[in-house]
Design a protein around this ligand. Structure first.
Ligand code: LHQ
Length: 261
């Protein structure tokens, strides 16, 4: 697939997806949803990719659905269908990808753009970034997984407050609320993100992926089910080359060289 709305780069085990419609603060039109989903699928298939970074070009991360694009479709368009065929596939792809995804939040993440930011596993925010559930400003409810993801991250009261006020939550407050992992000076976001991505891409990818699966499925399980499930996944991790390498490196008092398998 040739990409027109995103930049896509794979270097040294890190796939970087840059949302690239900066004149609209990287609002999502249909091609951008499809291309981002496709690039994530490719990251899943390519064993050489061991970490994914999603960021935005220009001064925003993403302003959510391209509203001018959507309005041009006329009155009888089904939002539900649009969500099913677009954002749902994208968000599922992110949550199902068994490799760490870093959201490098370089500016505002609004509406469905906030949903995409929340579906990343780690969020590193520039100090001038912000999060905004813009939906209620246009008489909608949050979508793109926000109702599932956000209360889990920040708790119901803060999530509901964000939804009904549609106020911007600046990076510093997002950090305090547990919405982001780190806040960094805007000028250093690319460099700090690259260092994180390098570290994760050199890690035990299989174990990172199984951890993601255990934690995301664990939400919907009882303690007993979660214990059984993690034991099952640990059985898989325990047979990996990286497990053997990690133990050998520890005993030999050296740094482990993980292959991701
Ligand atoms: C935009 C957008 C945008 C088009 C900025 N679209 N052009 C799912 C399914 C179906 C339907 C509906 O929705 C959904 C999910 C959703 O995502 S709903 C939420 C959609 N997003 C919004 O409501 C946010 C709209 N944007 C804004 O409120 C502001 O642009 C924010 C607060 C994000 C940023 O404000 P500023 O920093 O002041 O930037 P700006 O407003 O000047 O935007 C810069 C340009 O980008 C501007 O174009 P222009 O030609 O005037 O320079 C905007 O029109 C354009 N733009 N967001 N979503």
């Amino acid at each position: 697939m040739t990409y027109e709305t995103i930049l896509h780069d794979v270097t040294d085990g890190v796939a970087t997806i840059t949302l690239n419609r900066p004149s609209k603060l990287n609002a999502f039109n249909d091609p951008m949803i499809a291309e981002t989903t496709d690039a994530l699928k490719a990251a899943g298939r390519d064993a050489a990719v061991r970490c994914v970074v999603i960021t935005g070009a220009g001064r925003g991360f993403s302003s959510g659905q391209d509203l001018s694009d959507f309005q041009e479709r006329g009155e009888n368009v089904s939002i539900g269908e649009h969500l099913h065929h677009g954002y749902h596939r994208l968000i599922r792809q992110m949550v199902a990808l068994e490799k760490p995804i870093i959201g490098a939040i370089n500016g505002i993440a609004a509406g469905a753009g906030c949903g995409v930011a929340l579906a990343a596993d780690i969020r590193i925010a520039a100090d001038n970034a912000s999060f905004m559930l813009a939906f209620s400003r246009i008489g909608l409810i949050p979508d793109s997984g926000v109702n599932w993801l956000l209360p889990r991250l920040v708790g119901y009261a803060r999530a509901y407050e964000m939804a009904i006020t549609a106020d911007r939550v600046p990076a510093a407050q997002a950090l305090e609320w547990g919405l982001v992992n780190r806040v960094v000076p805007a000028a250093q976001l690319p460099e700090i993100t690259a260092a994180w991505a390098r570290r994760l891409a050199d890690g035990p990818t299989l174990a990172y992926g199984l951890t993601k699966r255990a934690m995301s499925r664990g939400w919907d399980m009882s303690l007993n089910e979660a214990l059984e499930y993690e034991a099952y996944l640990q059985e898989v991790a325990g047979r990996s080359a990286d497990n053997r390498e990690g133990i050998a490196a520890f005993l030999e008092k050296r740094e482990a060289r993980f292959s991701g398998r």
